[in-house]
Write a protein that binds this ligand. Structure first.
Ligand code: HEC
Length: 196
């Protein structure tokens, strides 16, 4: 009988907790404002969930030699600039747009790339991250091709050592044959560095 009583208490508590959670979430008490910081435990859990999810799915290996090829790294800098990554993440010599300060959390890639695998970076850029502002560029219209995403990954893995001067030169100068994006018709079609 004692066991039954104990189970009844657990059941009652579970029902009360479910009703409480329903009122909290559906009654509008949960604050979705980006300006409202999450409790530390929620932040911690979100990062853990995200890392585990990405590690489980990020299986594409970088094509041989791509990460250290200077032309690919430069093309990656250009693709990074062209796709607007800098608006949210900043770039060498340029702070991110002021609205990115309102993203929760503001993502500074220089701080995180050292403990991410190239596979993880590739997956995130291709698929995006749910319930954050990170878009999946593989769903762009037309989608950013894998080869171009790998060039961005190559650039990101070197991000900490790319000087402001180099980044500016790589993204200001026409790279001709280094174009790896869908925009490979050359300047005749209006394509060019930093332009669509
Ligand atoms: C509209 C804003 C926005 C744009 C544009 C954007 N990102 Fe993001 N990105 C985010 C946010 C916000 C996160 C953080 C998501 C999180 O912490 O859950 C993020 C996360 C990431 C991460 C994962 C960082 C980590 O902690 O593992 C990578 C890598 C990344 N972005 C690369 C890029 C690249 C490359 C581009 C351009 C092709 C890009 N992002 C464009 C907002 C953006």
């Amino acid at each position: 009988m004692k066991v039954l009583g104990f189970l009844a208490v657990i059941g009652a508590l579970a029902i009360i907790a479910s009703i409480g959670a329903a009122i909290f979430f559906f009654g509008g008490f949960f604050n979705v404002a980006a300006s409202h910081a999450d409790p530390a435990v929620v932040d911690w859990a979100l990062v853990k969930v995200r890392m585990a999810s990405i590690a489980q799915r990020a299986n594409d290996r970088p094509p041989a030699g791509v990460l250290d090829d200077p032309a690919t790294i430069q093309a990656g800098a250009l693709a990074y600039s062209k796709h607007g990554c800098a608006e949210c993440h900043g770039e060498p010599g340029v702070e991110s747009a002021s609205f990115s300060e309102g993203l929760n959390p503001p993502p500074d890639l220089r701080k995180v790339i050292t403990d991410r695998r190239p596979e993880d970076l590739f997956w995130v850029i291709k698929n995006g991250i749910k319930m954050s502002a990170m878009p999946g560029f593989g769903m762009d219209k037309p989608p950013v091709r894998d080869q171009e995403i790998w060039s961005i990954v190559a650039f990101l893995t070197k991000l900490r050592s790319v000087s402001d001067k180099n980044f500016k030169a790589w993204t200001d100068t026409p790279l001709g044959s280094h174009w790896v994006s869908g925009c490979n018709h050359g300047p005749a079609k209006g394509c060019g560095p930093g332009r669509e």
